[in-house]
Design a protein around this ligand. Structure first.
Ligand code: AMP
Length: 371
């Protein structure tokens, strides 16, 4: 029996939830929880923006079992803003209280090979891929997939880290060493026209609610801009949401998930266009591409997640208009005063002190309301 299926006291306003991770996602989760009368206790190995807005925090390592046990004894349910939590930590927590989403969702998304095999087993397309464990298996994978291809570490990759492009003529032993010589997958390069994501929630009773499909632009592998609605046909948008629904049902998922997708357009000999959706990766949590929902939808992704893990009904995902969300990365944040002066711009700052290059310091959402 999974811990999510365990009978537990209902979570009511006034309760305390636990959040693993102290970053901006934890901060926005805690703020949404507070609006609903729920207190948050953050557990993290380093202080971060979530500490500033939470009722309590524990500063300890994810392998500190005594600290994990003491933390989980104080909260009604544990969730996370960060999916690379060690398996053992989830196991220790689950002995004390429910951990949502369930461990199997984390385990599936922590390993790119397991994740892609899981998605393909549901009959959902991904980039072609092959496992790589050494430079010999890399040579076999390149023979199968072709060049160029992308070599990605199976675990702990984010924002383009742990990836390298295998170009025609490159030295495979050097390529393999450049990602640390660890277990990898080799992926074929998808000729996508757009990158999309679907942020959706599933509740304890299996009900499902998705926000409208997001269209995402990256700079230096970091999300820079999200626009909603995405530019794709209604049919393809429906297909994208249906894919996410199937993934969530298969995982018996409770909470908010984000699935990053590629949109591919095929043009046949007669010039007719067909759209295909491929899954890139699954984030078992709230996501940067869903930040627009705070100002642009009836229920934010953060509130939706809190509702789901507390066993409450999901909220409406109604979108107020055409949306643009821009991340404020590094020095971009210095424009905060100008943005404050701009009518209709909704500014969010994460309270981080040092504006290092590549660091997400805040975001701004602009909603063009429907007339
Ligand atoms: P990931 O960490 O897997 O999300 O990859 C980061 C970014 O690299 C994606 O958002 C894409 O822009 C690009 N990318 C990743 N995998 C592929 C692929 N198989 N084909 C084309 N572009 C990719």
């Amino acid at each position: 029996m999974t811990n999510s299926a365990r009978i537990r006291p209902p979570v009511v306003p006034g309760a305390m939830i636990g959040i693993l991770g102290s970053g901006q996602l934890g901060r926005m989760l805690a703020m949404a929880a507070a609006r609903l009368g729920i207190k948050s206790h953050i557990f993290a190995p380093d202080p971060g923006p979530a500490f500033d807005v939470a009722a309590a925090h524990t500063l300890a390592a994810y392998d500190d079992e005594a600290a994990l046990a003491a933390f989980s004894d104080k909260v009604s349910v544990v969730t996370y803003e960060f999916e690379n939590v060690p398996a053992r930590a989830a196991e220790v927590l689950a002995e004390h209280c429910p951990v949502l989403p369930d461990w199997n969702a984390l385990a599936t998304s922590q390993d790119r090979l397991v994740e892609k095999q899981f998605v393909n087993a549901l009959g959902i397309a991904t980039a072609p891929f092959a496992p790589v464990d050494d430079s010999g298996s890399l040579a076999r994978a390149v023979a199968q997939i072709g060049r160029p291809a992308i070599l990605k570490t199976r675990r702990f990759g984010y924002d383009g880290k742990g990836q390298t492009m295998i170009r025609p003529g490159s030295d495979l032993a050097v390529d393999f060493r450049s990602v640390g010589g660890v277990s990898c997958i080799l992926e074929g390069v998808v000729p996508f026209v757009r990158e999309l994501s679907v942020v959706a929630a599933r509740s304890v009773d299996g009900s499902f609610a998705a926000f409208d499909v997001c269209e995402n632009e990256h700079e230096h592998h970091i999300l820079s801009r999200t626009v909603v609605p995405a530019h794709l046909s209604d049919n393809a948008a429906q297909q994208a949401i249906e894919i996410v629904h199937r993934i969530m049902d298969a995982l018996k998922y409770i909470g908010v998930i984000t699935v990053e997708l590629f949109l591919v357009e095929d043009i046949d000999a007669n010039g007719a266009k067909t759209e295909r959706i491929l899954v890139n990766e699954i984030a078992p949590r709230v996501h940067n591409s869903g930040h627009w929902t705070i100002d642009g939808a009836t229920t934010s992704q953060f509130e939706q997640h809190i509702r789901a893990i507390c066993g409450w009904p999901l909220g409406s995902t109604h979108r107020y208009g055409r949306i643009e969300m821009r991340n404020l990365i590094g020095e971009d944040v210095n424009r905060w005063r100008d943005i404050l002066g701009e009518s209709g711009a909704c500014l969010h700052l994460y309270g981080k002190h040092e504006a290092r290059p590549g660091r997400k310091m805040g975001h701004v959402t602009r909603v063009l309301r429907d007339a």
